[in-house]
Design a protein around this ligand. Structure first.
Ligand SMILES: Nc1ncnc2c1ncn2[C@@H]1O[C@H](COP(=O)(O)OP(=O)(O)O)[C@@H](O)[C@H]1O
Ligand code: SF4
Ligand SMILES: [Mg+2]
Length: 360
């Protein structure tokens, strides 16, 4: 069935998908297809930082992107709203499915949207919080005023009402004495409090999707646990969350679906139970083994993966994990493995050519 088209007054026609159609699309909130981010380096070298990444974020899902530093997690999330660095070359499709009435969705091709239309989607449909809240907050403006501005960008309300809402949101994200704290400048707050302010600001726009890029990495252990706890509570308040982390332990607590990335490629995708109970990619298995186990003796606590992610500069057509994989054979160097179903009839995909034999 072909989708009817409507003009939405924003300069383009978008397909309207009926909730009842059979292709399952209405469950999708965001579809990313063959997303690539490249950087041209000196001497015609090309860094393939994100290489043909495809996945779907459904409504009511918390999708975790996990992988070591340098895997392309941040660039993948920045590319969704065209926020990648100026020198990056981005290709691929990013489609957002906006609910326009109870039974209808419009598909919005974010990758083809000009900046002036994209602005409408940033914050109000898709909000982002980053590792370092200081870089996103204005150092010379009270945090309450910054939330007020975010509210008034999105809604026509008086300053007084927006301030009351800002204080209410600050309270909801666990800031004690929010009436007083709203008058503070960012440097007067702890790292954990600043991240809470960022979350309050993101929530003030009532987004459908919250993208959180390692929001706890710079925080002390207690603040980290508190922010993760808050993220868990937000699951019922937002349609979906894309949570980026290098920590599979957090993924296990928070996410419903997992995308495992390594050197710009997806190694494995599956629902959280499948990934933890039935991992099919050697990299996923090693990541799981490297989760600290408090029930084990100290000497056994962290089995890390030797070596680092090699930046994929002019990568050969071979498995990106080949130099660190304990199961690598010559065949792994002969072609670039694609994602393939690892389970009959399930959305579990892996990109290891040996997954079948390793499973047995
Ligand atoms: N502005 C940039 N210019 C050149 N290379 C970059 C830039 N930003 C990121 N990269 C490179 O792209 C790769 C992926 O980066 P990133 O998405 O930040 O990874 P992650 O978030 O998984 O740590 C890394 O090799 C990184 O060094
Ligand atoms: S394709 Fe080969 S090198 Fe890559 S993960 Fe599988 S076994 Fe390891
Ligand atoms: Mg990152």
């Amino acid at each position: 069935m072909s989708a009817p088209f409507q003009n939405f007054g924003d300069g383009s026609n978008h397909a309207v998908i009926q909730e009842s159609n059979s292709d399952g699309k209405p469950d999708s909130l965001l579809e990313i297809k063959d997303l690539s981010v490249k950087f041209m380096l000196a001497k015609n070298d090309v860094l393939h930082a994100v290489d043909k990444v495809s996945f779907v974020i459904n409504r009511n899902e918390v999708v975790g992107i996990v992988g070591e530093s340098g895997s392309g997690k941040t660039l993948t999330s920045l590319a969704i709203l065209k926020l990648t660095p100026r020198l990056a070359t981005v290709a691929g499709k990013v489609t957002y499915f906006k609910r326009i009435s109870s039974g209808e969705f419009k598909s919005v091709p974010l990758d083809r949207f000009p900046e002036r239309f994209l602005k409408r989607y940033r914050g109000s449909e898709i909000a982002m919080i980053f590792q370092d809240p200081l870089s996103s907050l204005n150092p010379v403006q009270k945090v309450g005023d910054q939330i007020v501005e975010a509210i008034r960008l999105h809604r026509r309300v008086s300053k007084r009402k927006a301030w009351a809402r800002a204080v209410e949101l600050m309270g909801q994200v666990g800031i004690q004495s929010p009436e007083t704290r709203a008058h503070d400048y960012p440097h007067q707050l702890s790292g954990g409090m600043r991240q809470r302010v960022m979350i309050a600001m993101a929530l003030s726009m009532e987004p459908k999707l919250l993208i959180a890029d390692e929001p706890t990495t710079l925080l002390d252990e207690i603040s980290q646990m508190q922010i993760i706890e808050m993220m868990k509570q937000l699951r019922t308040r937002l349609s979906s969350i894309l949570y980026i982390t290098h920590d599979l332990g957090v993924v296990a607590e928070l996410c419903t679906k997992v995308v495992v990335m390594y050197a710009g490629r997806i190694m494995e995708i599956g629902d959280v139970n499948t990934i933890f109970n039935n991992p099919r990619h050697p990299y996923t298995k090693l990541l799981i083994e490297s989760i600290p186990r408090i029930d084990k003796a100290k000497s056994n606590r962290l089995a890390s993966i030797p070596g680092n992610v090699t930046p994929p500069i002019n990568p050969k057509s071979q498995c990106r994990f080949v130099d660190r994989c304990p199961y690598a054979i010559q065949k792994c160097r002969e072609s670039l493995p694609e994602l393939e179903p690892a389970e009959e009839g399930m959305d579990h995909l892996t990109s290891c050519i040996r997954w079948r034999e390793l499973a047995s």
